[in-house]
Design a protein around this ligand. Structure first.
Ligand code: ISJ
Ligand code: GLN
Length: 645
């Protein structure tokens, strides 16, 4: 097929749709075919009408979250599929020779939201969202925009070339040209991939996710072991990565029968930035389109809990996202049938439509975010793309992002060694895992736990930590059913042998929220019946309230905090994701039938137990809970203890 491959400039001039992808440094893949726009992921045409499997490259817009019932500013951006007819490969040197390098002038360049306004958004998200229990971390974006007179496809080719030459460490460097739409970028982050397993396991694929979070902007002259060490020692950056790993493990637990296991952390070293990352791996029997649906979209570019993050994004972003934080999904027919999937996240990408350039960038906002720091981070993230498109000087430092007054201190220095190979850095990175739950670091042994033969109903209150809980409960031997709060019937709650009420966003005192009102009803009903229940986080707060214990906001949220607490006589290192707390007078250990495990000085309640029930403020299922599984087993044991007549 390569024989018929026109030069890249002829291909561009033909007006036909095409895509260029550099996945490994040595070559550029050239994909040609026709384009169809479809409504839903399930409609992606993986097979021709005669049943022949077909390779498809799909651009999945952020608005696709509506398929999961999540909220967004809906721009109706099409789910665009390039049905690949020809897939060729060009040596990198040849591609570089063919690609244009003339500078593309930009007019009216600058961020749509000023630095001051972005800093205000950061403050509001910390105070009004994290500070009100809506979640732990949120990514809010801003767009760098400009007018471009140059022909769009020529501009795309030019920028693709510049990214190949000047960015490094990208997972995919790519250009996708379809009618009237050019997307060109160098994304560091694989969202999800699914590769067919050994022929012995037909229908099974190995699923990989790659959460990247924590951003180190290289100082002038490049990163050094000293400056990187300082970054790696930052609590904020460390916890930020742990939080997104937790959120992606929720997704892994939903799509993988073995829940997934984590390896890392590693460094992702780019020209101007270094990120930290983990790899999550598990096996799944799901169709790759379903895997994609269940994982829409990465918490590293949205937030957690993911569903509420969409609501928060809609509240604080003023315009729709288009493809930003969606994925480019390449479905390739697999030797043993079905399709493999490779899907980088659409970040660090420039879009050119109708002469308007848009480069969206965001930062992960957490409880201890510094507004100025997050502003700087968005500049740093844009700089890789903006360097390529000539909006910042590429090789000189300091450079200035056109249209702003901010000095770009992230300009790349030539040829630095990889710092991940430095033994001190490697040791510092791997020391992070000592804080984490062994359960998620080890391959998990199958079944046979102490509760084999029993059933549990897990009620989901819009935080899919329930999938991780479900996985741990399964490990303890239970047959697990997870049901969302709005589908669960009274009868189901009455009949289950054990009910676990899950965590969720929001203020537990907010009875006007239909979700919280229903959770109150269900927890109350089960508690009144005196049948075994375990309540987690939001549900623990609801149970505490019902038992007459006061609820209050914490002075500063514990969203993504690891803490060692006493749980009925045993110390446990546990992860917390709460803004509110149940609180008793310090020293209170009992209220009626209820035994209370609380902080001796603040009176903040960590756990409760009584006849037929137990509850916990922390998340035993989180990677942050080093003592999570044994504590869960203890609490389940308390809840299932026979109630004296
Ligand atoms: C949100 C973006 O990047 C993501 C956010 C990161 C962070 O907050 O540290 C790091 C890498 C990406 O997962 C972006 O590039 O727009
Ligand atoms: N994870 C949770 O369930 C959090 C509960 C509640 N929304 C809080 O922030 O305190």
């Amino acid at each position: 097929m390569t024989g018929s491959l026109p030069t890249l400039t002829d291909l561009a001039a033909s007006g036909a749709p095409f895509a260029l992808i550099a996945r490994e440094g040595a070559s550029v893949e050239v994909l040609r075919g026709d384009v169809v726009d479809v409504d839903r992921l399930a409609d992606i045409p993986l097979d021709d009408p005669d049943g022949t499997p077909r390779e498809v490259l799909a651009l999945v817009p952020f608005r696709q979250v509506v398929e999961r019932g999540f909220v967004c500013h809906d721009d109706r951006a099409p789910l665009r599929c390039l049905r690949v007819a020809d897939h060729d490969s060009l040596p990198l040197a040849e591609a570089l020779r063919q690609l244009p390098s003339e500078r593309v002038p930009l007019e009216d360049a600058g961020f749509d939201i000023s630095d001051e306004d972005y800093a205000d958004i950061v403050r509001r998200v910390i105070a009004d969202e994290i500070g009100r229990g809506e979640g732990a971390n949120f990514v809010i974006r801003r767009d760098f925009t400009a007018t471009v007179e140059t022909d769009a496809v020529t501009a795309g080719l030019t920028w693709f070339r510049a990214l190949l030459q000047h960015e490094r460490g990208a997972y995919w460097t790519f250009l996708v040209v379809t009618d009237g739409h050019v997307a060109v970028g160098a994304s560091p982050e694989a969202h999800v991939s699914a590769r067919s397993g050994a022929p012995a396991e037909p229908g099974t694929s190995i699923v990989t996710m790659n959460p990247i979070s924590g951003t180190f902007r290289h100082p002038r002259g490049g990163a050094t072991a000293e400056t990187l060490t300082e970054f790696l020692s930052s609590t904020k950056e460390t916890e930020e990565l742990f939080m997104v790993v937790d959120e992606e493990l929720k997704m892994m637990s939903a799509v993988c029968s073995d829940g997934g296991r984590i390896t890392g952390p590693h460094l992702k070293e780019m020209s101007r930035l270094t990120h930290t990352e983990y790899m999550l791996r598990g096996s799944s029997t799901m169709d790759p389109r379903d895997i994609l649906r269940e994982t829409m979209f990465a918490p590293t570019v949205t937030g957690s809990p993911m569903q509420n993050a969409c609501t928060v994004i809609a509240r604080h972003e003023r315009t729709p996202r288009g493809y930003y934080s969606g994925v480019a999904a390449l479905f390739t027919p697999a030797a043993g049938g079905g399709h493999d999937l490779d899907a980088p996240i659409l970040i660090r990408t420039a879009y050119l439509v109708d002469g308007r350039l848009r480069v969206p960038v965001g930062a992960t906002l957490v409880r201890h975010s510094d507004p100025a720091g997050e502003v700087g981070e968005t500049h740093g993230k844009a700089a890789g793309v903006l360097g390529a498109i000539g909006a910042v000087d590429r090789d000189e430092a300091p450079a200035v992002i056109a249209g702003t007054t901010t000095v770009d201190e992230d300009a790349p220095a030539a040829h630095r060694p990889r710092l991940g190979d430095d033994p001190t850095i490697a040791a510092l990175l791997s020391s992070r895992n000592a804080r984490l739950a062994q359960f998620w670091l080890d391959p998990q042994a199958a079944g046979g736990g102490p509760y084999a033969g029993r059933e549990v109903l897990v009620v989901d209150a819009e935080d899919r930590f329930t999938t991780m809980l479900g996985h741990q409960l399964h490990h303890l031997g239970f047959a697990v059913r997870i049901a969302p709060w709005h589908e669960v019937t009274d009868a189901a709650v009455d009949e289950a042998g054990l009910v676990v009420f899950g965590p969720g966003p929001g203020d537990p005192r907010d009875g006007a929220s239909p979700r919280i009102a229903r959770m109150r009803e269900l927890v109350g009903r089960r508690a009144d019946a005196g049948r075994p229940l375990l309540a987690v986080c939001l549900s623990h707060q609801i149970l505490a309230d019902r038992l007459g214990i006061a609820l209050a906001p914490l002075a500063s949220p514990h969203q993504g905090l690891q803490k060692s607490v006493d749980v009925f006589g045993q110390p446990a290192s546990i992860g917390f994701y709460n803004t509110f707390t149940a609180r008793v007078a310090p020293g209170t250990e009992r209220l009626g039938d209820t035994e209370i495990a609380a902080d001796p000085s603040s009176g903040d309640v960590y756990a409760l137990r009584g006849p037929g029930y137990a509850s916990v403020q922390g998340h035993l299922e989180s990677i942050l809970s080093r003592d999570g599984l044994p504590t869960l087993e203890r609490l389940v044991g308390f809840a299932l203890e026979p109630v004296p007549a």
